[in-house]
Design a protein around this ligand. Structure first.
Ligand code: NAD
Length: 387
């Protein structure tokens, strides 16, 4: 089968779906690989690096997509120069990438209409077997790391304790809300930089993981179980939200840096930090809202921007993995390659809807959206438009 990769078109995107190392692996596994000229340039992977592993370099993206059996992509295929990449896809083309289908139901509908078989690697089940294919984990880890670096570069203080001839300064306090993949990486990074670190989550089972990176766990006694299955959190009841707020007021007032990563079902961001809480924080403190792509955990966050409320800066960066494109692409590419290799023999990918991993992340097939949460998201959009 022929695998194709075109340049990403999302504004600010610098990643590429396949790096030369993976091209070589896939060629050895029997696939043909073709890349649009320049597709890896922004991530540090030049055309020559692809040529050196016998990938074909194409200059015409339309011809490339039209000739592909498998299209690998970082983001959902989108418009380029006013032309939709989706319209170039042939029926039965296999599309694999981080399609974020619940956030992009219209694009999933368009993929279904083209007859594509689309897999979204951010919907891969969170199982041991699937771990090596999980782009959400690789990318969340980068966000957690980069979020702390952004805060450190903006904070008007040192993060570590420092003794000098001019006396001692005490370490900054970093507090993380939501301690799954991004949150744990943020804690570990802040700890390595010398900060005093603590974290909270609504799933009490993460206490041990928080403590394992040297951070203090700050729990809330919840009346209702907030676990929604599969390791994901559900929405808190109004009473539990109030309990969490009471705990947060004190914690935020003590913090120099707050990193928020909380998502419900891995998709939508609950509003956890109110404007009033922000105003009760120390001037100079920083909030980095890593849930900005899902709408943000802080009431005053403006996705993609930094705002100042009473001297507290609230940063809500979008798509942080794209700011570290070389390693983000490398890990993303390895995830996709692991996915393809797991279900292929002699360069042919076998669609197997009985397989737990494929079934979990299959979004469109035979002209239909088969992923229930994406269908619900599309129905909600259609109903909203009708009312
Ligand atoms: P996520 O991005 O969906 O959520 C981030 C964190 O926010 C979660 O820990 C969640 O409990 C927390 N949260 C949600 N609402 C909150 C609130 N109101 N207040 C405070 N915290 C709140 O998480 P993720 O990184 O996608 O991981 C989801 C789960 O999957 C975790 O249990 C993780 O360990 C697990 N996981 C497993 C695998 C695997 O086994 N292959 C891979 C990655 C992640």
């Amino acid at each position: 089968m022929k695998i194709a990769v075109v340049r990403e078109s999302r504004p600010g995107e610098h990643r590429v779906a396949l790096v030369p190392e993976s091209c070589e692996k896939l060629r050895r596994a029997g696939f043909g690989v073709a890349i649009e000229s320049g597709a890896g340039a922004a991530a540090g992977y030049a055309d020559d690096a692809y040529r050196s592993v016998d990938a074909v370099i194409e200059t015409d993206p339309q011809a490339l997509v039209q000739s592909a059996d498998i299209l690998l992509t970082v983001n959902p295929p989108a418009n380029r120069d006013g032309r939709s990449v989706i319209d170039w896809i042939r029926p039965a083309t296999i599309v694999v990438g981080s399609l974020m289908p619940v956030r992009n139901p219209r694009q999933m509908e368009a993929l279904a209409e083209r007859g594509a078989t689309a897999f979204s690697t951010d919907s891969i089940p969170r199982t041991t077997r699937a771990q090596a294919m999980d782009t959400l984990s690789s990318m969340s880890s980068i966000s957690g790391y980069k979020g702390v670096l952004l805060a450190a570069a903006t904070l008007p203080k040192y993060l570590p304790m420092l003794s000098s001839a001019a006396g001692t300064v005490f370490p900054a306090k970093v507090f993380v809300i939501g301690a799954a993949v991004a949150g744990l990486q943020a804690l570990a990074t802040a700890k390595r930089l010398g900060a005093t670190v603590s974290a909270t989550d609504v799933r009490p089972e993460v206490q041990e993981q928080i403590e394992s990176v040297g951070a203090k766990y700050v729990g809330v006694e919840l009346e209702e179980d907030a676990s929604a299955g599969g390791g994901y959190a559900g929405e808190l009841s109004a009473e539990d939200q109030q309990r969490q707020r009471e705990m947060l007021v004190d914690e935020l007032a003590r913090s120099d840096v707050v990193i928020t990563t909380a998502l419900i079902g891995g998709v939508f961001a609950p509003k956890i930090i109110t404007a009033e809480m922000v105003r009760s924080m120390r001037p100079g403190a920083i909030i980095v809202d890593l849930a900005a792509d899902g709408g943000g955990n802080c009431e005053v966050s403006v996705p993609g921007e930094t705002v100042d409320v009473a001297g507290v800066r609230i940063m809500a960066p979008l798509n942080l993995p794209a700011t570290m494109p070389e390693h983000a692409s490398l890990l993303f590419s390895r995830n996709l390659t692991n996915f393809l290799e797991a279900f292929s023999s002699e360069g042919t990918f076998e669609v197997d809807t009985e397989d737990e991993i494929q079934a979990g992340c299959l979004i469109t097939r035979d002209d239909e959206i088969v992923h229930a949460r994406t269908r619900d998201a599309l129905d909600a959009l259609v109903n909203e438009a009708a009312s």
